[in-house]
Design a protein around this ligand. Sequence first.
Ligand code: GLN
Length: 537
Amino acid sequence: MSNSTKYIFVTGGVTSSLGKGIISASLAKLLQARGYSATIQKLDPYINIDPGTLNPYEHGECYVTDDGAETDLDLGHYERFLNVPTSQANSVTTGKIYQAVIDKERRGEYLGKTVQVIPHITDEIKDRIQILGKKGEFDIVITEIGGTVGDIESLPYVEAVRQMKWEFENDCLVIHLTLIPYLAAAGELKTKPTQHSVKQLLEFGVQPDILCCRTEHHLDLTIRKKIANFCNVGINAVIESIDAETIYDVPLLMQAEGLDKVVLEKLNLSSKDVPNLDSWNSFLHTLKNPKSEITIGLVGKYVELKDSYKSISEAFIHAGVSNECRVNVKWIHSEKLTKANIQEELGELDGILVAPGFGSRGISGKIEAVRYARENNIPFLGICLGMQCAVIEFARNVLHMEDAHTMEIAEDSKFPVITMMEEQKTIANLGGTMRLGAYKCELKPNSNTAIAYNTDLISERHRHRYEFNNEYLKQFEEAGMVAAGKNPETNLIEVVEIPTHPWFVGVQFHPEYKSTVDNPHPLFVGFVNAAKEYKQK
Ligand code: GLN
């Protein structure tokens, strides 16, 4: 079968958390730097339709695409590395696969047939993989299979990979990411877990073409030969993936190991252009040689698990580089923040960010943090729930609306300054029913937000059910908190600012999802710049 799109699968063995997402994104970056268009897709073996209903403690941040898919945080890495938006098609789960197959069964599309894992589930998986290829936009589709080979739930995916390897022959290859542990007592790197993991793949009929070996120590020639020999791959297909100082080093480390070269060889693709990584290199150089340093407090309720705020912390890295400044993030647990310790916790900060979130836990700490930022003229960015907290704080402490609240937490509040969106009122299901994805927003000329974006019309991604209650807008504006951004069609307030404060911005949308290495997000750049100025004073 001939096909113009090439398919690369990335599987994982031995253990989870080896960094398949970063390896996939790094490879895509290298291929992109050689002039190929590449996209990355994540197949997640869990039964949830999407991670939207998963607690961030379980699965880290839920990342949102322009077209409103709630996805795994790896999609964020893909966008940050490639600077190309992903979409619904880039994120597939077992839940989605089964839902589609069961819907087809009900519609009678398999009439007369017994519906089975093979071929119906595997066919659906293969279709989902090829949706991106068939679009004709991409030379190469990299598909990352979540989980670890051998898990019961990932079996249908591995089987789909096996079938595609046969059907697509030279247009398809498998990269297996494994671990080479170092045994300190023996003073040795051990290859056995990798051998076993490759054996397991072989049992399912898949011979990996390339092995990416995650390790804490360099792999010498002897060990590379041993891995090649036991796992049936050429020595140039044994790629060392050593622990890196930052994730942004990984494309260069992979280039030094020749990952892109061996991939192109195996796919019969010419090495087109010499890879151009100039802008990436200069980003890294600035990242590692900052001229100044600031500390921003991130106030949230999931701070024990930093993956819950992945896009925010990465956006700070990008914005820091733009400002030639290292941004240290101080993680502050909103549940532990009180009037009594606020000075001690927030006193040394150059900027305060109140994070997105759901539910009442930690809300009073978030509101206190807003108050501290507002009263002390500390640069402030509130995102989604963080913006809503800014509105609540202003209502309570400036407009003296006692117990003003969001209807999410206090349905019977006398001052529901944050209220449920009209379209949300009739929705019964919780999954995939928020206001999701990109919406336009018109900015107030000369507001801090418009200055940061350097334009008056923007598009940003959303994930929420509640909104600013426009009935109170006049009172807020008269007292000094203004609507600096509105949806031009619905009039929903998307941005609030306090013009008398040096830099106080609350946004209903999530700017962090759109920050990339090539395009640091203007609002984060503006916030970091304001924090730098604050520190200088
Ligand atoms: N819980 C709030 C809402 O649904 C904020 C959501 C968020 O921060 N992503 O409106």
